[in-house]
Design a protein around this ligand. Structure first.
Ligand code: GLC
Ligand code: CA
Length: 537
């Protein structure tokens, strides 16, 4: 019996684009939607199945689009609504889905809902946001903004405070208000009707706050999850997520993926809780644990083990190594002159473990963090905390297309400087090089697409990260793969005690179609090899 095909968001590879930095079609220094459309050939050559675009809606850009002032339109710096429609249609023609960023924990302070809400205490939209009188001339409670300072801003016009979990230009919506939710769901239907395939939900675990606005417990541990007992991770949020899921389920083959952000970063149980019973909340959720692990086979293994154990029976996991808020993985893995080798091992890991892989633009080239001067920083976080924290611009610099001026990203001055590595590290140069990082990614993606076991198969660990080696089987029906990853700079030996005919399908060190008759293998430093079972001896 043939099993039914799995949904695309389980089997596919998803690629995140930070639109400001992908490709500038009109030479104003800012990447745009037409720029993405122009690069669809590249993306389909790479083999990805879906694009997640960081926000492209109208925004005053205090947080570069994560502060939306009109959910129904596209910001003019990225193009027009028609440009977006064209992107959706052309992407679909290439077999590529489009996932939009849904920033609905908060809006911009310039959104008309907030403008109305702040206009008077009896405005019909007052309760769409979270307003409260002060206590003894101070903020209503001790909640802190994730971006620093009190989470409350006093508004002299009505003499009350409003809540903002991020910048004061990002007032939090009140998810307990059903009229507000209805408007959000209506807006979601608008994009679903026009063919958008899914949404990435910004900070989904922050939507609901304590109904009594109680102060968070005081804790002396700097990274204590209890610290956010009342302003985040409220259990009531799940009722609203189920409501939201039923809206998405009115449509065929759509998906949602939630950003579950915590400090300390990574909380697999909490992330997985947003999958509900596996069918009634989000389709996927991000867990950040792995982004905060040092380079080690053992810690990567422990991390994915915990993460998959947390996933509900009918649920599905997803994995990523980078995004627009974190330093680039290549730089995080350190390793000095070995950093490229480490990034290759990580690529094979990400694309052969169980769970939907998310790639971050440029990761397929091995892009590194860009070192920026204080005067070049535009991220509000970097500007506030420099030099202790330099913000997120280092991983948001333009995509490196070629060795031409500004890496072929634009002819104008780019909004953030281009990384100095672009002369040699770029799409053009790597396309023609069989052994490049880019071709490694491409081969991995294509291999994964061709073999169901790599996408959907069981994950059976064989070497659990000890001695810095990770090895596992992926099995689906009669199809079996064995993947070996040497995270260390030293030669290693493994013996998986399995005889048979095995053939190398992809490797950082071996030639394709090399044969083995047993899984007794000597691994070169930083070797990553994908081997396929060809039958008994
Ligand atoms: C999320 C986004 C981040 C943004 C924040 C506020 O964490 O990924 O970029 O600054 O939410 O919207
Ligand atoms: Ca532009």
């Amino acid at each position: 019996m043939k099993s039914s095909p799995s949904p695309w968001w389980k089997t596919g590879v998803i690629y995140q684009i930070y639109p400001r930095s992908f490709y500038d079609s009109n030479d104003d220094g800012i990447g745009d939607i037409k720029g993405i459309t122009l690069k669809l050939d590249y993306l389909s050559w790479l083999g990805i199945d879906a694009l997640w675009l960081s926000p492209v809606n109208v925004s005053p850009m205090y947080d570069f689009g994560y502060d939306i002032s009109d959910y129904y339109d596209i910001d003019q710096c990225y193009g027009s609504f028609d440009d977006f429609t064209e992107l959706v249609d052309k992407a679909h023609a290439h077999g590529i889905k489009i996932i939009m960023d849904l920033v609905i924990n908060h809006t911009s302070h310039l959104h008309k809902w907030f403008v109305e809400s702040r206009s008077s205490k009896d405005n019909r939209r007052r309760a769409w946001y979270i307003w409260h009188p002060g206590k003894n001339g101070k903020a209503p409670n001790n909640w802190r903004s994730a971006f620093g300072g009190s989470a409350w801003e006093f508004d002299s016009h009505t003499g009350e405070y409003y809540l903002h979990s991020f910048l004061k230009e990002q007032p939090d919506l009140n998810w307990r208000n059903s009229e507000m939710r209805k408007s959000i769901f209506k807006m979601m239907r608008h994009w679903l009707d026009m063919g958008v395939d899914g949404f990435r939900l910004d900070v989904v675990n922050w939507f609901v706050k304590d109904d009594r606005l109680r102060s968070n417990p005081f804790t002396i541990k700097p990274l204590d999850p209890e610290k956010h007992k009342y302003d985040r991770n409220r259990p009531e949020v799940h009722d609203y997520i189920r409501e939201l899921r039923s809206v998405v389920d009115e449509y065929d083959a759509r998906m949602t993926v939630g950003e579950v952000f915590t400090l300390p970063p990574g909380n697999p149980e909490l992330s997985a809780s947003f999958l509900g019973n596996g069918t009634d909340e989000l389709h996927l959720a991000f867990d950040f644990s792995i982004m905060y692990r040092f380079w080690s086979a053992r810690s990567f293994y422990k991390c994915i083990k915990k993460w998959s154990a947390a996933i509900p029976e009918k649920g599905w996991q997803c994995n990523m190594l980078s995004n627009h808020d974190q330093p680039r993985s290549r730089s995080r893995f350190l390793g000095g002159t070995d950093s490229e080798k480490r990034a290759r091992v990580a690529a094979v890991f990400l694309l052969t473990i169980k769970g939907t892989p998310f790639l971050y633009y440029g990761e397929e080239l091995g892009m590194k963090n860009t070192r920026l001067a204080r005067s070049e920083i535009v991220d509000p976080l970097g500007r506030r905390y420099w030099p202790v924290y330099r913000g997120r611009d280092c991983s948001r610099t333009p995509m490196l297309w070629s060795a031409k001026q500004h890496a072929g990203f634009t002819h104008a001055r780019p909004w953030l400087p281009v990384d100095s590595s672009y002369k040699t590290l770029n799409v053009r140069a790597q396309t023609g090089d069989r052994y490049s990082m880019l071709n490694l990614y491409r081969n991995l993606i294509h291999l994964r697409k061709k073999h169901r076991s790599l996408g959907e198969g069981e994950f059976i660990p064989e070497v659990h990260g000890f001695k810095n080696v990770l090895a596992y089987f992926r099995v689906h029906g009669d199809e079996k793969f064995f993947i070996v990853l040497n995270f260390s700079g030293k030669e290693k030996h493994i013996n998986a005690g399995n005889t048979g005919q095995w053939r190398v399908m992809l490797s950082t060190h071996r030639t394709r179609y090399e044969h083995f008759t047993s899984l007794k293998i000597t691994l070169a430093p930083y070797e990553a090899t994908v081997i396929k079972w060809m039958g008994k001896l």
